[in-house]
Design a protein around this ligand. Structure first.
Ligand code: ADP
Ligand code: MG
Length: 630
């Protein structure tokens, strides 16, 4: 055929495809998961549009929202067809090659660092994984707004697009023709495909059919051969595949019953569509009927992650607003979670209304700092036949969001409490009813990955600030190598101690050795060491905890304890004694840079120190602001 208009792939896409097609990565299976996931996304899109305009579905076969997979063993071509939204010519050009997604370079970087190919879906470039198994791919697509087009490429830096004049009309949707490479011939067998499709389609909410070949026994009639053959032909034309099969079985039974000596039969191969998933939504099932393994499999299907979730919660909310939900906390933070935190769309939770997928990017469903949470929310209360914009205005969404946040914070709190309990039991040497090692270690893993999200939450979510503060972990002058909590700090406070002392800096060593904390440490006060750039921002929002004020050790107004009369008198004398020195000092230093010079007893061995005014930014904060970390 005329190869059509030629396009060059965007440079990074070319690099990506080059790596994929030459990859020795052994787990090539993932291509099927990615293609099925794309088909399912496309079906979700057309189903969503059909809510407000039924005509988009078309008539007859086109309205069947399904996925079909078949194989041509002779030519070693694998076909995947969906009746999703399809792609216009423009979509094909943009989505499959000329525009690099933000994940493209990030994924390339990961691969260079030896990252796992399995991550590809998370970076939004899953389609290209088809080149793990193919050396030539054709994408035939029909969108309601355009003619049918073919995209094709051998991953050589360019692709071709032409109007399709050779394939059957698709009606609507996309057909991917995968020409299997020599070393990927294993995907050219029915058994392998069946195993894979079953594995990856279990939680796809559309029926997935695989064309399979069945062996059926057909009686050999004693009539003249020719006539029998004619009749067979007739039947095949008029009947559906399934009926035929039943007919054949019936015949067989009759034969057995009626005659003692079985009639001669012959074996025939017949192609049939076999449904491979039961596509019943997992969240509609009772939690007690769903196994841990199923939850983890479903997690992988909704999250594009390939490692198990850290923890999850399946629940049903009742009352004015009803919904079902399964929420997951991943084991690892998404690669770009803290990067450009404020600019990115929030992918995470999938919103369904009465089993119909609506969106996976609704900030009305979960706050930004928790957008690492994956899973689904399916509500019967929300209206189905409205636009996304109208849906976003729904008051019920606010209630759902509130409940989802509560549930997520509950999941996190439980892990945190288990950790504290384990620590306590270890200290006391208790073993009875001790949580498992895995349970004991869960929160530490969570904190490592999502501690910063909790801190961002303290800044952003005033309603839950106190709940979030309980989840904070940090090092202190008394915590040794371990992390500690605010409650534990308070439990160790000295008699008469009113404030929670902290100091922020770039490392524990720097902060611990700082003159700012000398006196505090000498007097036995515990000081929190904040070493993350976010910490001081957080403290700017979290002014107190459990009625104790936070006190920054680098600020001017640091008061250790109430002084008695003797101490006050001594202070006064010292002030007098050094009056000339402080005056002189103020004169030699530029006035505009110095607010004042004071005699103080906050130091132990260091002779003098520059502190920040009560309302000014601390030196650490200035350093951060200069670096423009956030
Ligand atoms: P992602 O699915 O994360 O967006 P992919 O690389 O898998 O990334 O797919 C790129 C884009 O190509 C999709 O976002 C979609 O717009 C388009 N696409 C891929 N497969 C299909 C399909 N079967 N039907 C319609 N559009 C598709
Ligand atoms: Mg995809």
């Amino acid at each position: 055929r005329d190869s059509g208009e030629q396009f060059a792939f965007q440079a990074e896409v070319t690099r990506l495809m080059d790596i994929i097609i030459h990859s020795l990565y052994s787990n090539k299976d993932i291509f099927l998961r990615e293609l099925i996931s794309n088909a399912s996304d496309a079906l979700d899109k057309i189903r969503f549009l059909s809510l407000t305009d039924k005509s988009v579905l078309g008539d007859g076969d086109t309205a069947n929202l399904d996925i079909k997979i078949w194989l041509d063993p002779a030519s070693k071509v694998l076909y995947i067809r969906d009746r999703g939204i399809g792609m216009t010519k423009d979509d094909l050009i943009k989505n499959l090659g000329t525009i690099a997604k933000s994940g493209t370079s990030a994924f390339l970087e990961q691969m260079q660092k030896g990252g796992d190919m399995n991550l590809i879906g998370q970076f939004g470039v899953g389609f290209y994984s088809v080149y793990l198994v193919a050396d030539y791919v054709e994408v035939v697509s029909k969108h309601n707004d355009d003619a049918q087009y073919i995209w094709s490429s051998t991953a050589d830096g360019s692709f071709a697009i032409s109007e399709d004049t050779e394939n059957e009309p698709l009606g609507r949707g996309t057909l991917i023709k995968i020409h299997l490479k020599e070393e990927a011939q294993e995907y050219g067998t029915e058994a392998k495909l069946k195993e894979l499709v079953q594995r990856y389609s279990e939680f796809i909410n559309f029926p997935i059919y695989l064309q399979t070949e069945k062996e059926v026994e057909v009686p050999v009639e004693e009539e003249p051969e020719e006539e029998a053959a004619k009749e067979d032909d007739k039947e095949e034309e008029g009947k559906e595949d399934e009926e035929e099969e039943e007919g054949a079985e019936d015949d067989e039974e009759e034969t057995k019953e009626e005659e003692e000596k079985p009639k001669a039969t012959r074996k025939e191969k017949k192609l049939d569509w076999e449904l491979l998933n039961d596509n019943k939504a997992i969240w509609l099932r009772k939690p007690s009927d769903v196994t841990e393994e199923e939850y983890q499999k479903f997690y992988k299907a909704v999250s594009k992650d390939y490692t198990d979730a850290l923890t999850y919660s399946h629940f049903r909310a009742e009352g004015d607003v009803e919904f079902r939900s399964i929420l997951y906390i991943p084991s690892f933070s998404p690669y770009d979670f803290y990067d450009k935190y404020y600019e990115k769309a929030q992918h995470g939770l999938k919103l369904y209304v009465r089993r119909v997928f609506i969106s996976d990017d609704m900030k009305e469903l979960i706050p930004r700092y928790l957008s690492f949470v994956k899973g689904i929310v399916d509500s019967d209360t929300l209206p189905l036949n409205v636009s996304r914009e109208m849906l976003q205005q729904e008051a019920a969404l606010k209630t759902i969001k509130k409940k989802v946040v509560r549930k997520v914070l509950d999941m996190i709190r439980k892990m945190a409490e288990t950790e504290v309990k384990c620590k306590d039991m270890e200290e006391k040497g208790e073993t009875e009813d001790k949580p498992t090692e895995k349970e004991c270690g869960q929160y530490a893993k969570f904190w490592e990955q999502f501690g910063r999200a909790i801190k961002l939450g303290i800044i952003e979510d005033t309603t839950n600030r106190n709940r979030l503060a309980k989840l904070l972990r940090f090092q202190t002058s008394k915590s040794g190598d371990k992390l500690t909590t605010l409650d534990e700090y308070i439990g160790r406070m000295k008699e008469g101690q009113k404030s929670i002392y902290y100091l922020a800096g770039t490392s524990k060593e720097e902060v611990a050795g700082s003159p700012f904390v000398e006196q505090l440490l000498r007097k036995g006060y515990e000081v929190i060491y904040f070493t993350d750039v976010l910490d001081e921002y957080v403290m700017g929002h979290l002014l107190d905890y459990d009625d104790r004020k936070f006190s920054n050790a680098s600020k001017e107004d640091l008061k250790l304890t109430d002084k008695d009369e003797v101490e006050k008198k001594k202070d006064k004398e010292l002030k007098e004694q050094f009056k000339d020195l402080t005056k002189w000092w103020k004169k030699v230093v530029d006035d505009s840079k110095l607010q004042g010079v004071k005699v103080s007893n906050r130091l132990a061995t260091t002779p003098c120190i520059v502190v920040t005014g009560k309302y000014g930014n601390s030196a650490n904060m200035e350093r951060i602001m200069r670096a423009q970390a956030f």
